[in-house]
Ligand binder design. Structure first.
Ligand SMILES: [Zn+2]
Length: 284
């Protein structure tokens, strides 16, 4: 199990799924031929044939006074997902979370960086045919802008299913707090707006005892976007804004000693952004 320490705060990675595949459905420009020349991606983030390695995991952030889980992956038993292998999952995620020392009932805060399918799944569990909160003692923080976006106009069938089984039950249980994109959660942890991937997308900043880290969310889907900040993901709702956010954040991160913890980064998952020619790479 991977763990990082930022001053008095620990961050623990709980993996739900890791995949190695041609990820061109996600990033059309990330062909094997385009990935192979970016040598530093191997072995953590790409294999020897240029296929991308990606991970879906949650990050548990434990401060002296607070226990939060950032992004809740895909979840078990969900249906009507656009990607066939994401339906009716039966993973060990909750058992692994408990074994790591973070039983669901001990979590006091759930943070969704945005409301995409792979960030809200474990918000709920299926109990006797009904979706109920996985973290009954937590406040679920969702962005006001993000929540408003997904719950207004949108009626694409797969989005409806995600809201119905992973968002609405939490809202109806009265556990949602709608927050602004720069919300301060506790002394050490606050949200940072990183818009573009979705209209209300946020990253999570951790600062303690002079040390600092940033949980990306999906403003970077894969470390290859450090080398090629112009590569947008097909999941970016506003590709131009997403690119501006990547460039602005990468510049900021490379000028400061900030540990970057990737929400979908496989392998070592974290590191420091450094300049590499006209772009960037993830160093140790
Ligand atoms: Zn994602």
């Amino acid at each position: 199990m991977m763990k990082w320490r930022i001053g008095e705060v620990t961050v623990t990675k709980i993996v739900e799924l890791e995949v190695t595949s041609g990820s061109r459905f996600l990033m059309p420009q990330a062909t094997r031929e385009a990935i192979l020349p970016i040598g530093w991606l191997q072995p953590d983030f790409a294999d020897a044939s240029g296929r991308l390695r990606m991970s879906i995991h949650a990050l548990v952030v434990a401060t002296p006074n607070c226990r939060m889980i950032v992004d809740t992956c895909l979840g078990n038993d969900k249906e009507n997902r656009r990607i066939p292998s994401w339906n009716k999952l039966q993973t060990r995620f909750l058992a692994d979370l408990t074994a790591a020392g973070y039983a669901p009932e001990t979590i006091d805060t759930v943070v969704c960086t945005h409301l995409h399918v792979d960030h809200v799944g474990w918000n709920t569990v299926l109990v006797e045919g009904l979706w109920g909160p996985t973290f009954p003692n937590a406040r679920y923080l969702m962005g006001r802008v993000e929540f408003t976006h997904w719950t207004s106009a949108h009626v694409r069938e797969d989005v409806t299913a995600i809201l119905a089984d992973s968002v609405t039950p939490i809202w109806e249980a009265g556990l949602v707090d709608l927050v602004e994109t720069d919300h301060r959660i506790c002394d050490e942890v606050s949200l940072v707006p990183t818009l573009g991937h979705t209209p209300g997308h946020v990253s999570v900043r951790i600062a303690s005892q002079g040390e600092e880290a940033l949980i990306t969310g999906d403003f970077l889907h894969h470390p290859c976007q450090m080398a090629r900040p112009g590569w947008s993901s097909t999941a970016d709702s506003d590709p131009i804004a997403a690119q501006h956010t990547r460039e602005r954040m990468l510049t900021q991160l490379s000028d400061n000693p900030i540990l970057v913890i990737g929400t979908h980064f496989a392998g070592r998952t974290a590191g420091h952004v450094v300049r590499d020619g006209e772009a960037f790479r993830l160093a140790a």
